[in-house]
Design a binder for this molecule. Structure first.
Ligand code: HEM
Length: 403
C-alpha cells in the first residue's frame, strides 16, 4: 500500500530540484502511463520527488542509463520505494549485490540458457492459439484478463514443470501482483506464493527433473549447493519477475496493434518481421522502473545523491528521450534491426535474466495474434485504463473486431 505522508525535503536537496511526482498515481497515469512520465522531461536532469517518502528520479535518458549500470555506487538491496517491500520479498538475485549476486545469477543464467528457452516456443504457440481460438468467435474481449494475464502464467507453469491445472490456484496471485486490489498485504502475497512453490522446490531439490527450477537448483552457487532459503527466494523472484512484466508487455503490444491496424496488417503479411517488431515495441513501450539505494555520496548533475538516498530509474525516461533515440515515440520496425541498447530489460549487472524468454513470448504472441485475428480496434464503448508503479500496465483493454 502506498503511503502519502510527505516528509520534509532533506537539506542536501536544492529547492529547484524538488517536484511532486508519485510514480504510482501521477496525474494522467490511469489514462497514459507514458505521457504521465514524460511530463518530467525538459526540466533538470535529476529531480527529487516528495512523493513516496522522497527519492531521486533522473529525467534525462543518458543519466537513467548511466545510473542503472552503476552497481558500484548504487545497491539493489532496497528493491522499491515502498517501505517494507524489499524486506518482505528479499529476492535472489534481484536484491543481491557483488559476489553473492554474481554466483546466484550465474546459476540462474545457465538454467535459462537459450536452448531451453527455444525448446519452450512450441508451447507458447500452442497456448496462444488456444486462447485465440477461445476469444476470436466472440468479436470482443477484455484483452488483459482474457489473454495477457493467462499466457505468461501458463508458460511459467510449463517452465517449472507443474500441472497447468494449477493455473486456477496461481491466477489470483498473478492478478494481485498485476492488479493489487488492497485485499492482500505484500507479506500475504509473498507467503501465498511461497506456500504454492514450497512443495515443488523441495521435490526438485531432492529429485531433480528437467524443469527450470531443477536445472537452476542443480547448479552450484559459487562452489556450494543452494540452501533451502535461497532456493525459495530465487523461485519467488522468478515467479514475481516473469509474470506481470510479460503481462504488461503483451498488453502494450496489443494496444499498439489496435491503434495501428496497418502494423497488424504488415505483420500478418510478413510474419518474418516479428522479431524486429518485438524489439521495437519493447523499446517503445517500456513499463519497468527500478529502485536503487546509494551506498556512498554520488556527485551528479551539480547535486549530491547522499549515501542511503533512494534513486528511482524509469526505463520510459530513457527509451522515450529524443536525445537517446530519434523520434522515440514513433514505432519503426526497421529500428529493431539495429537496436540501440534501451533499458526495457535493464542495463548492467542486473539486466533481466528472463530477457530471452520474454522476447520469445512477445515474438510468438505477435506472430500468432496477427496471423489468426483480424485487426482488432479499441471498443468505442469501453475505455483503456492503465496503472503506474514498478511495472506500468493496461488495467483494461477492451477490444472489438469483425468476425
Ligand atoms: C517483457 C518482460 C520483462 C521485462 C520488461 C523485464 C524487465 C526487467 C528489468 C528492467 C530487470 C532489471 C532489474 C534491475 O536492474 O534491478 C529485470 C531483472 C530480472 N528479471 Fe525480468 N523482465 C521481463 C521478463 C522476465 C521473465 C520472463 C523472467 C523470468 C524468467 C524475469 C526474471 C527476472 C529476474 C530474476 C531479474 C533479476 C536479475 C538480476 O538481478 O540479476 N524477467 N527484468
Amino acid at each position: 500500500m502506498v503511503e502519502t505522508a510527505t516528509p520534509p525535503v532533506p537539506a542536501h536537496v536544492p529547492a529547484d530540484r524538488v517536484v511532486d511526482f508519485d510514480l504510482f498515481f501521477a496525474p494522467g497515469m490511469d489514462e497514459d502511463y507514458f505521457a504521465a512520465w514524460k511530463r518530467l522531461q525538459g526540466g533538470p536532469a535529476l529531480v527529487w520527488t516528495t512523493a513516496n517518502h522522497g527519492h531521486w528520479i533522473p529525467t534525462s535518458g543518458a543519466l537513467v542509463r548511466e545510473l542503472w549500470a552503476d552497481n558500484v555506487r548504487l545497491s539493489n538491496k532496497v528493491l522499491a520505494v515502498t517501505p517494507g517491500l524489499g524486506e518482505a520479498m528479499d529476492f535472489i538475485p534481484l536484491q543481491q549485490d557483488g559476489k553473492d549476486h554474481h554466483d546466484t545469477r550465474a546459476a540462474i543464467m545457465r538454467g535459462l540458457a537459450s536452448r531451453y528457452v527455444m525448446a519452450l516456443e512450441p508451447k507458447v504457440v500452442e497456448v496462444a492459439r488456444e486462447l485465440i481460438a477461445g476469444i476470436a468467435p466472440k468479436g470482443r474481449c477484455e484483452f488483459m484478463g482474457e489473454f495477457a494475464e493467462v499466457l505468461p502464467l501458463h508458460i511459467f507453469l510449463t517452465l517449472i514443470g507443474v500441472p497447468v491445472e494449477d493455473r486456477a490456484r496461481l491466477r489470483p496471485l498473478g492478478a494481485q501482483l498485476t492488479r493489487p486490489d488492497g485485499s492482500m498485504t505484500v507479506e500475504q502475497l509473498r507467503d501465498a506464493a511461497d506456500d504454492y512453490l514450497a512443495p515443488y522446490i523441495a521435490e526438485r531439490m531432492a529429485n531433480p527433473g528437467d524443469d527450470l527450477f531443477s536445472r537452476i537448483l542443480s547448479e552450484k552457487v559459487g562452489d556450494r549447493p543452494w540452501t533451502v532459503d535461497e532456493a525459495k527466494r530465487m523461485c519467488r523472484n522468478l515467479l514475481f519477475g516473469g509474470l506481470d512484466t510479460v503481462v504488461a508487455m503483451v498488453g502494450m503490444c496489443a494496444l499498439h496493434l489496435a491503434r495501428h491496424p496497418q502494423d497488424h496488417q504488415l505483420l500478418r503479411e510478413r510474419p518474418e518481421l516479428a522479431p524486429q517488431a518485438a524489439d521495437e515495441l519493447m523499446r517503445r513501450y517500456p513499463t519497468v522502473g527500478v529502485s536503487r539505494n546509494a551506498v556512498c555520496d554520488i556527485e551528479v548533475d551539480g547535486v549530491t545523491i547522499r549515501e542511503g538516498d533512494i534513486v528511482y530509474l524509469p526505463s520510459v525516461l530513457h527509451n522515450l528521450d529524443p536525445l537517446c533515440f530519434d523520434d522515440p515515440e514513433k514505432v519503426d520496425f526497421a529500428r529493431g534491426l539495429n537496436p540501440v541498447r534501451n533499458t526495457t530489460l535493464g542495463a548492467g549487472a542486473h539486466r533481466c535474466v528472463g530477457a530471452g524468454l520474454a522476447r520469445m513470448e512477445v515474438i510468438a504472441f505477435l506472430r500468432e495474434w496477427t496471423n489468426a485475428m483480424p485487426p482488432a480496434r479499441i471498443d468505442p464503448a469501453g475505455k483503456v485504463t492503465m496503472r503506474g508503479g514498478n511495472v506500468g500496465a493496461c488495467t483494461n483493454l477492451p477490444l472489438v473486431w469483425d468476425c
